[in-house]
Design a protein around this ligand. Structure first.
Ligand SMILES: [Fe+2]
Ligand SMILES: [Fe+2]
Length: 295
C-alpha cells in the first residue's frame, strides 16, 4: 500500500493561486505558528522513520522499506508545509522552549520500541488536531493543506500500531516498565501540550483548550483501549477529567477516527476503500475519515 501511495504522491499539488483573506493579522500569525508546529512534527517524523528504517531493515527488510516509505511521506508533508508557510507570508521558525525540549527528548530516544510508541502517540495527536482544525477552516488553500494532512496522518496511526506490534515482539520483558512509564508520562504531557498550543494557535484554529485536550484524551484512550494486545492502559484519572472512561471507550460502538477501520478508508489517495483482505470495494458513504467530511 505504501508503494502504491508513493507512486502517486508527487502528482498531488497545492493550489496556491489565491491569496488568503485573513480576518486579522493575529489570525495570520496564529496560522504561521500552527503550521510551524506541523512542520516540526513532520521533520521529526521523517528523521526518526529513516533512522529506524536503516536499523530495522537489518532484521526485517520489508518492515525497513515500510519505514522508509513512511518517512518519505513525512518528507513530502514537510516540503508542502515549507511552501505553504511561504504562501502565508511566514517562514520556518526556530522552535520554542517547550517544543524544543519535547523534540530533544524524542530525538534522544534510541530503542526502536520507545521511538515507535512515542511516534504513535504523536501521530494520534497530530491527526486529531488536523481533523478538528479542518472542521473550522474556511480558506480553500488552508482546507486543502489540512485535508492532505488529516487524510495521511489518519493512515499513519494504524501504520504505527503495526510498527509497534512488530517492535514489541522483539522487545525484552524488562523493557515493559519503562515503556509503561513513557506511555503514562506522554499521555499527560500531550494533553498539557494543548494548553501551550492554545496560546499560539487559537486565533487560527479556534479550538478551545477543553475541546482539544478532551479530543486528545478520547483518541489516545480509545486507541489503546481497543488495541488491547499492545497492553498499555490509558490513565483513568486523565480520561475522567475530560468526561471519558476506559469502560465507555471500550464499549462504544463509534469507531475512532484514528481506528484501523477509518485508516483503511484513508489509505488510498483515490479514496477506494480497500478491505482488510486486500480486495477493493466501492467507496463507502462517509468512510473517508474526517478528511473530506469533517464532523
Ligand atoms: Fe505527516
Ligand atoms: Fe505522520
Amino acid at each position: 500500500m505504501l508503494r502504491r501511495r508513493a507512486e502517486r504522491m508527487y502528482d498531488e499539488d497545492l493550489d496556491l493561486s489565491e491569496p488568503i483573506a485573513w480576518e486579522s493579522e493575529e489570525e495570520r500569525q496564529a496560522a504561521i505558528a500552527f503550521f510551524n508546529a506541523a512542520f516540526r512534527a513532520e521533520e521529526s517524523g521523517l528523521m526518526q522513520a529513516h533512522a529506524l528504517a536503516d536499523e530495522v531493515g537489518r532484521w526485517d527488510p520489508e518492515l525497513g522499506e515500510c519505514l522508509r516509505l513512511y518517512g518519505d511521506e513525512e518528507g513530502w508533508h514537510r516540503r508542502l508545509l515549507t511552501r505553504f508557510l511561504a504562501h502565508l507570508g511566514g517562514e520556518v521558525r526556530p522552535m520554542g522552549r517547550v517544543t524544543g525540549t519535547f523534540y530533544r527528548l524524542y530525538g534522544r530516544a534510541k530503542k526502536v520500541e520507545t521511538i515507535v510508541l512515542t511516534n504513535l502517540m504523536f501521530e494520534t495527536i497530530g491527526s486529531t488536531t488536523y481533523r478538528l482544525a479542518l472542521r473550522e477552516a474556511r480558506h480553500p488553500a488552508v482546507r486543502q493543506m489540512l485535508t492532505i494532512l488529516t487524510r495521511d496522518e489518519s493512515f499513519h496511526v494504524p501504520l504505527n500500531v503495526h510498527f509497534l506490534r512488530e517492535a514489541l515482539k522483539r522487545s525484552p520483558p524488562s523493557m515493559r516498565p519503562r515503556l509503561r512509564a513513557i506511555h503514562a508520562a506522554l499521555f499527560a504531557a500531550l494533553l498539557a501540550s494543548a494548553a501551550a498550543s492554545r496560546r499560539r494557535a487559537l486565533a487560527f484554529d479556534r479550538i478551545p483548550f477543553r475541546t482539544l485536550a478532551g479530543a486528545y484524551a478520547e483518541h489516545l484512550g480509545r486507541l489503546f483501549v481497543h488495541e488491547s494486545d499492545l497492553d498499555f492502559t490509558p490513565p483513568e484519572l486523565l480520561l475522567r477529567l475530560f468526561g471519558h472512561s476506559r469502560r465507555a471507550l471500550a464499549s462504544s460502538e463509534d469507531p475512532s477516527a484514528v481506528s484501523v477501520l477509518s485508516a483503511e478508508a484513508a489509505v488510498d489517495r483515490e479514496r477506494v476503500v480497500v478491505t482488510a483482505l486486500g480486495g477493493a470495494a466501492a467507496p463507502a458513504a462517509g468512510a473517508s475519515g474526517g478528511a473530506t467530511a469533517p464532523r
